[in-house]
Design a protein around this ligand. Structure first.
Ligand SMILES: Nc1ncnc2c1ncn2[C@@H]1O[C@H](COP(=O)(O)OP(=O)(O)OP(=O)(O)O)[C@@H](O)[C@H]1O
Length: 195
């Protein structure tokens, strides 16, 4: 008899918010399999090309949907870590981790990413892009702020479903950061159009 998924938990969020750390710990705690979706798709060649400027793969949506559906049919329980929640066609629990953009900005700069990649990802966090994508695909999305919280505190909030409504734009410092990031992005866009 083919298993049908019993417990699919998606751990999503902008790069650098703590998805892998939390997803690893959650999968271990629940003793269920963990899939890092981006690596899974790259291993299965579910991408069309590599975006040199953004140093990221462009996924092949059709092949991805097929692979994800096969995965969800095969595995009984799964924790899926991904920056693209909409790629998961079915889930029982969708968690979107959020991180204060001022902290995230430092985290991504520390990785040595180019200024455009840092700017686009931190801007996405400020604007809540991943949460919005998750809410378009799932009726219930649980946002949890990982800023200045220990892993245990985060796991506890997940277990108790202590979800939050995050809006970073109320913070003046974040507004100023967004203004700076926009300048970086438009400078690179001008450059792209003049190429
Ligand atoms: N709650 C936390 N508090 C402080 N630092 C954290 C926390 N969770 C993770 N980190 C640290 O933040 C960095 C990013 O964590 P992690 O790799 O889990 O993020 P991610 O969202 O999976 O990033 P990516 O999508 O790029 O893989 C790591 O150095 C990790 O040790």
């Amino acid at each position: 008899m083919k298993y049908f998924s019993l417990l699919i938990i998606v751990v999503s969020g902008t790069p650098g918010v703590g998805k892998s750390t939390v997803a690893n710990a959650l999968a271990k705690k629940l003793n269920i399999k963990l899939i890092h979706l981006s690596s899974f798709l790259i291993q299965n060649k579910a991408y069309s090309e590599f975006d040199e400027k953004r140093e990221t793969y462009i996924i092949d949506e059709e092949k991805t949907e097929l692979l994800v559906n096969q995965l969800l049919l095969k595995e009984k329980d799964l924790v899926i870590e991904t920056i693209y929640p909409a790629l998961v066609t079915r889930a029982d629990k969708v968690i979107v981790l959020r991180r204060n953009p001022l902290i995230l900005y430092e985290e991504l700069k520390k990785r040595g990413w180019n200024e455009l990649k840092v700017a686009e990802n931190v801007e996405a966090e400020i604007l809540g892009i991943v949460s919005r994508e998750a809410s378009e695909s799932f009726s219930k999305v649980c946002e949890i702020d990982t800023s200045n919280k220990s892993l245990d505190e985060i796991l506890d909030k997940i277990e108790k479903e202590m979800c939050e409504k995050i809006d970073w734009l109320g913070d003046e410092k974040v507004q100023l950061l967004l203004f700076e990031l926009d300048k970086v992005i438009s400078k690179n866009e001008d450059y792209e159009t003049s190429e």
